[in-house]
Structure formats: C-alpha cells, structure tokens
Ligand binder design. Sequence first.
Ligand code: SF4
Length: 285
Amino acid sequence: MEILVAEEAGFCFGVRRAVKIAYEALEKWEKVYSYGELIHNNQFVEKLERDGIKTARTMDEIPNGAAVIIRSHGISPQEEKELKRRFKVIDATCPYVKKSQKFASKTLRAGMELVIFGDRNHPEIMGILGYTQGSGIVISSPKEVIGLPFNPKRAVISQTTNDIEDYKIFVGNLMNTSEKLTIYQTICSSTIEKHRSAKEIASKVDLMLVIGGKHSANTKKLFTACKRLQPRTYHIETAEELDLIEWGNYERIGISAGASTPDFVINKVVEKIKEERNGRGKKEG
Ligand code: SF4
C-alpha cells in the first residue's frame, strides 16, 4: 500500500501566522484570549487552552486587562471598535481576508451592491458583511444566483476558501444579473494550491482521506472537491475514525487536510495507516 500526502495538506499561511501571533502575545501578556476559536480544530484548541491561550465566545467572557486576539477570519468593524474600547487588541486577521474587507468597503462607497459567494454563518463572511453595513447579499451556491433580481451596479467576491472552479461558475451565472459587474478574485492562493494538490492526488488514488474538524468549512469544501474526483473520499477528524472505514484491497491511499488541521493530527493518521498495514502483512504472512 502506498500513501500519498498532498503537498499543501494542513495549516495555511494565515493560520500559521495567527498561531505565531498568539504565542508571541503569551510572552508579553499575562492573560491572552482568542475572540472565537483561533482555529477550527478541537485538538489544537485544546492544546492552546493547555498552553494558556483561552477561547472566548463573547466579549463578556473576557476579563479586564486581558489581551484579545482577532483570529484569521477577521471581525466586523463595529465589533472591532467595541473590542478596542474594552481591551488590548492584537489583530491576527489574515491579509487575504483584510483584502476582501477592503473590497467590501470600496463597493459600499461606490454605491454598488456586493454579492458574496460564501456561507452566511461563517465568521469571515459575518465580518465582511459588517464592512457593507449589512447591505451585502450572501449566496452559498452557483445555482442560487439564478433568479436574483437585476441590479445595474454589482460587485462580487468569494469566501477565501471556496473552490476556484465553483467561483467561476458562480460569476458566470451572475453575469446576466447586472450591467456593470466588478469581479474580485478573493480566493487565497493557499486555498488554490491546497485544492490543486489535493485534486491531483484524489484523481490517482483508490481511496482519499481529507482530515480536519467536522465544523471546519474549508475542510468540508476540500472534501467536496476531492469527492467529485474520487467517490471513495472520507472526511475524518482524527486517526480513531480510521476504524470506521471499509478498507478493501486498495493499493494507493491519498491524504489531504484542511487549513486548520495541525501536523500532529495528520502524522497520527499516517502512522496509524502504516501500523494497520504492517499488522495485516504479519497476519497474512
Ligand atoms: S485559508 Fe487563506 S484566507 Fe483563510 S486564513 Fe488561510 S491563508 Fe488566510
């Protein structure tokens, strides 16, 4: 059995950067809080908690005098203002998300309606909506664009973690709904590379594993992109879930992982597959 791990599996640039900023803050400040989970991965959030970086789901959970980290997804300008009024704020918003926020402000100033291809419940999108003062429209799939009323001046952005091929279809469908459509390419290069390398692997293996938090949006999108090419694609969060998979006599196993999946989780999965393989070899011998 051969195991192929995609080149870009695991932490992306923005997540690595946010984690580094959080640990640097820990050296300077006594109490450090992340406003929302720093990354969408339970195993890593537990590690952060053990190391002293706490997660606060609301501002009221944060004690006075604490340093607060804005995670890579960013937040709305209204929330940021309030956070800064009450605490010492350390901004770890990913530069790619910042770019989307700037485009959102720009379209608002230009009097254009902003259409966002993404998930309205995702923190990145909720933050960006704040930059449109709530006037942006969020649409989660290319199909839903059909039927959108005509608007002469529109702009469009995508959530940073969408598949680029889906965004092309989304934009194509949007063309008919406006006279002047401004298109921003806001999918980050880390996502583009991750999807490219995962799809390359998925198309040449017998079984594909996508590792990442069950509530991680970017992992789910990576899983969907791989499943289109390899129907035997499974989304697992930890090595323990390998026991639930029907292994068969497959020769090549492919692995990729979401932007919020730490290396130690990926390595554990690879090790467990190797162990199982050796175990089977011994039994067969
Ligand atoms: S997925 Fe892309 S935009 Fe999101 S944090 Fe990572 S690098 Fe930044």
